[in-house]
Design a protein around this ligand. Structure first.
Ligand code: C5P
Length: 417
């Protein structure tokens, strides 16, 4: 079978599809059909309850492989360890639909059926597609389970709004199989660090990203800083480069590998970051994800300050506001994106910063246990100068980076190359 053009990248890939017991299981037939048409090798796994909604015979016929429903099959060929080998065989493991029960098991590390056991063992990226009635979806337990899956680094595709099996209308529908296909395609492109030609939408665009903290030295062995890891900025740099942009990443001290095809400039203080940014201010898109220190010691002692018997007073000065300086000497058509990390009154503060620093977009990031410094996940709100405000669910920083790039390049005038 030849791969259909939009999904050519998927040809020859190994896809595991886990189907759990919800009414949306019927959509898995169409998903398998699309996956097969794209030239992938599909292995379907079903929970015991899934076969109440759709038969293994149907999915086995469409996928061309017997469906696995039992963690302990009859065969005495040692094949009960398939949940381990399958997790290594697959390029992506898609769980669609993922019921509230399957989400809860996965969040808790339970492995009592072939789907959950394979999910626990899998080394490949997981795409989890929850589908259920809205009342079950919004329950704090389900939301906590979804958040947990994100913190494990899995991708979670938010359910869509519409008619539900209960007859009610709300959020909880499984996204259409074409949308799930698109996500699988993105995950495969991201995982191989390669580029899907269809997504090289930033070709000929220069992108400047700042990331990480800055350090403001008191003396040679002490400094003022913050716990920023740089993960969000690095994810943005990586995603932009994958989409074809020429990316310069200016970062404060961050213990992260430089993403492929990214020019990295290491700096330490806000002053150094300011100078490096100004030297690259001709970029078409500037994304300031760095957590720049707002204050620095008035003086930096050349030798280690010896402790005395009493208190010590440290006099601080304001550091240069890089974003503010940049927008004052803004290059023609440049798109300026800032970040706001807040602990209270997030929206009010973000709106004010967007206006005061004359940015096109601001990404609000409220500091919580799963969102903010050093975490793998973020819960962000995107605001732009036209009044667009969009709160996104908890997701991995890599996914957040893709969405940020999608939004800033689609709803604004595309910057000139
Ligand atoms: O005002 P606040 O520091 O919260 O603004 C955050 C945004 O401004 C971030 O995008 C950050 O990178 C940038 N910033 C800057 N120069 C500073 C402080 C913050 O460019 N001195």
């Amino acid at each position: 079978m030849t791969a259909s053009k939009p999904y050519a990248e998927l040809r020859g890939r190994h896809i595991l599809l886990g189907v759990s017991g919800g009414i949306a299981a019927y959509k898995s037939v169409e998903l398998v059909r699309l996956l097969k048409k794209a030239g992938t090798d599909v292995q379907v796994l079903m929970t015991p309850d899934a076969s109440r909604f759709i038969t293994p015979l149907t999915l086995g016929t469409v996928s061309g492989r017997p469906v696995l429903t039992d963690i302990f099959p009859e065969a005495e060929d040692g094949s009960w360890t398939r949940h381990i080998s399958l997790g290594r065989w697959a390029d992506v493991f898609v769980i669609a639909p993922a019921t509230a029960q399957t989400l809860a098991k996965m969040a808790g590390g339970f492995c009592d059926n072939i789907l959950t056991a394979t999910a626990l063992a899998a080394r490949c990226p997981l795409l989890v597609c929850p589908a259920m009635d809205e009342d079950m979806l919004v329950h704090p337990a389900t939301q906590r389970n979804i958040d947990a899956l994100c913190t494990y680094g899995h991708s979670v595709m938010p359910p869509t709004y519409g008619s539900l099996a209960s007859g009610l209308v709300g959020q909880g529908r499984l996204p259409e199989p074409e949308e799930i296909m698109q996500r699988i395609l993105e995950m495969i492109a991201a995982d191989k660090g390669g580029a899907d030609p269809a997504h090289r939408d930033l070709e000929n665009i220069r992108v400047l990203v700042t990331a990480g903290p800055t350090r403001e030295h008191v003396d040679p062995v002490r400094f003022l800083s913050n716990p920023s890891s740089g993960k969000m900025g690095f994810a943005l740099a990586e995603a932009a480069a994958r989409r074809g942009a020429a990316v310069t990443l200016i970062c404060g001290p961050a213990h992260l590998d430089t993403p492929p095809h990214v020019e990295r400039i290491n700096v330490e203080s806000a002053e150094e970051m300011h100078d490096a940014v100004m030297a690259h201010r001709e970029a078409n898109i500037v994304i300031m994800a760095a957590a720049v220190a707002d204050y620095a010691p008035m003086e930096r002692a050349t030798q280690k300050i010896k402790k005395g018997s009493g208190n010590m007073v440290l006099h601080l000065r304001r550091t240069p506001d890089i974003l503010y300086a940049l927008q004052q000497r803004r290059a023609e058509g440049q798109l300026l994106v800032g970040f706001a990390m807040e602990t209270s009154e997030g929206l009010e503060n973000a709106r004010k910063k967007l206006h005061d620093k004359n940015m096109d977009w601001i990404v609000l990031n409220m500091l919580t246990a799963e969102s903010g410094f050093e975490t793998e996940t973020n819960r962000i709100t995107l605001l732009n100068r036209n009044g667009h405000e969009e709160a996104l669910p908890m997701m991995s920083k890599r996914e957040a980076a893709e969405i940020i790039l999608d939004r800033i390049t689609s709803t604004s005038d595309r910057p000139a190359a």
